[in-house]
Design a protein around this ligand. Structure first.
Ligand code: ARG
Ligand code: ZN
Length: 465
């Protein structure tokens, strides 16, 4: 009887625990399906990106015909739900959607401005991984407006193909995605084009297959990449592949109508190797370049592993875009207001390349800027330049000057250790200005509040720092 009593007591304890715990754990586990937010609340681009999931991998299957300018695509995104989802958005505009699937089943969808709203026929539980497929077609149009000085950017059709340069928000004009740098993912990109053309993209070329009168290029970028850095630039290109002196894979495509491109392969090799020494191991599997001939595009872009050069071509531009592979591509902005962490760093690096190769020192450049820039140059806040002026000269030059002033203040050895530590600590990740200030103070052992206040947050010319 004593034994039975003990068992009974034990059982009732278990029962009590079960009943005490079970209802609340059942409540916690009961799904609470709600729509994911239509944006991530970026102060400059509130609707870019979407809430409720985290993209892991994209598989792009595209076909482009320059004669009709029609793009046909099926894109799959593998994502992890970060809440119980009744529905969620992708960023996708302009093109015609033919079908949407979630985990292989047809899903309902609606268009709402730049949002593609997807409602799966069953809710998606938090933490579950799901696949969304979108099939679409249409003629993508570039974006314009004040952000890039009224110049077109994004999907820019050319006579024999297309140049694709999407910073900051044009990825959604040609493939559905979570279009914000804070949600990086890996990519497999397959592009089918008329035979004779080359489709240049990010990562490593895994296959190139000609079948009848088309060729399919399959690219894999298996390191995290922000959506704005994805390119599928198509044209008649000369292709050169090999290795840098330090043994890194390199792939360069040049438009044969552009004069003087035979130096690009060697420049890219030498600069990539040198930055790898200065900033730490190169973050990706391959380096390279895509040199197109599209004068209407007045900028270059640090498309991951293969910067894209259009009308702007010089050795220092190559140095700038390759520095972005560390600062911008591997270490990405948490939100767009921190753009100086990309452009200020790449500008400093570009000037440092000139100094390193025996040209003007960064300090001489700094002094020149300091002496000659008009009052208006000093007005933007470098660490929060506002959306329509996010690529203002001040973001580049005053941003670069900030780093040179810091270099002088803390000394070369700690300064370059800071850049290396920054690249290592945030490798493949995200970062913001406060985190940089914190690290600079830690490495230098100094209070730099006033210094950064004057350089990054004050809308006037620094006097003492
Ligand atoms: N990040 C580019 C650079 O290297 C600038 C791009 C400006 N143009 C644009 N479409 N976002 O400086
Ligand atoms: Zn740049």
């Amino acid at each position: 009887l004593a034994q039975i009593a003990r068992w009974t007591a034990a059982l009732s304890m278990v029962a009590a625990m079960t009943f005490a715990v079970a209802p609340s754990s059942a409540a916690a586990a009961r799904p609470d399906f709600r729509p994911g937010a239509p944006g991530l609340g970026d102060p400059y681009f509130p609707l870019e990106g979407n809430g409720g999931y985290d993209a892991q991998h994209y598989s792009l299957n595209l076909a482009y015909d320059p004669a009709t300018k029609v793009l046909r695509g099926t894109v799959h995104m593998l994502a992890r739900a970060t809440q119980d989802l009744s529905r969620f958005d992708l960023d996708f505009q302009q093109l015609t959607v033919r079908s949407v699937t979630v985990n292989g089943r047809q899903a309902a969808y609606a268009r709402d401005g730049q949002e593609l709203v997807v409602t799966p026929n069953a809710g998606l539980r938090r933490h579950s991984v799901f696949d969304v497929g979108v099939t679409y077609d249409g003629i993508p149009q570039p974006l314009g407006g004040p952000i890039v000085f009224g110049l077109p950017y994004g999907w820019i059709a050319t006579e024999d193909g297309v140049l694709v340069a999407c910073e900051p928000n044009a990825a959604s004009t040609w493939f559905p995605s979570n279009d914000h740098p804070s949600d990086k993912a890996t990519y497999s990109i397959s592009v089918t084009v008329p035979k004779g053309l080359t489709a240049a993209s990010n990562g490593v070329l895994a296959a190139q297959v000609t079948h009848g009168d088309t060729t399919t290029f399959l690219w894999n970028e298996l390191r995290p990449m922000a959506s704005y850095l994805v390119t599928t630039t198509i044209g008649r290109f000369d292709v050169q592949k090999g290795r840098t002196p330090d043994g890194l894979r390199e792939w360069v495509a040049t438009d044969p109508t552009v004069p003087g491109t035979e130096v690009v392969f060697q420049q890219t090799a030498d600069i990539t190797d040198y930055w790898s020494e200065l900033f730490g191991r190169y973050p990706f599997e391959e380096t390279g370049a895509i040199v197109d001939n599209v004068p209407i595009v007045g900028f270059s872009l640090e498309t991951q592993t293969k910067p894209l050069y259009s009308a702007v071509r010089s050795e220092t531009t190559v140095a700038h875009e390759l520095a972005h592979q560390w600062f911008g591509d591997s270490v990405s902005v948490r939100t767009w207001q921190h753009i100086w962490l990309n452009e200020g760093f790449a500008t400093f690096a570009q000037r440092y390349w000139t100094e390193h190769t025996g040209g003007e020192s960064v300090q001489a450049w700094f002094d020149r800027q300091y002496a000659t820039r008009p009052e208006s140059f000093w007005l933007p806040k470098v660490a929060d330049p506002q959306r329509d002026t996010m690529f203002d000269t001040a973001v580049y030059n005053r941003g670069g000057m900030t780093l040179q002033a810091l270099r002088v203040k803390i000394g070369d050895e700690p300064f370059f250790r800071l850049l290396r530590t920054w690249a290592a600590d945030h490798r493949y990740g995200l970062a913001d200005t406060d985190e940089f200030i914190t690290l600079a103070e830690k490495i230098s052992g100094r209070d730099l509040t006033e210094f950064f206040n004057v350089w990054l947050f004050t809308p006037s010319k620094p006097v003492t720092w």
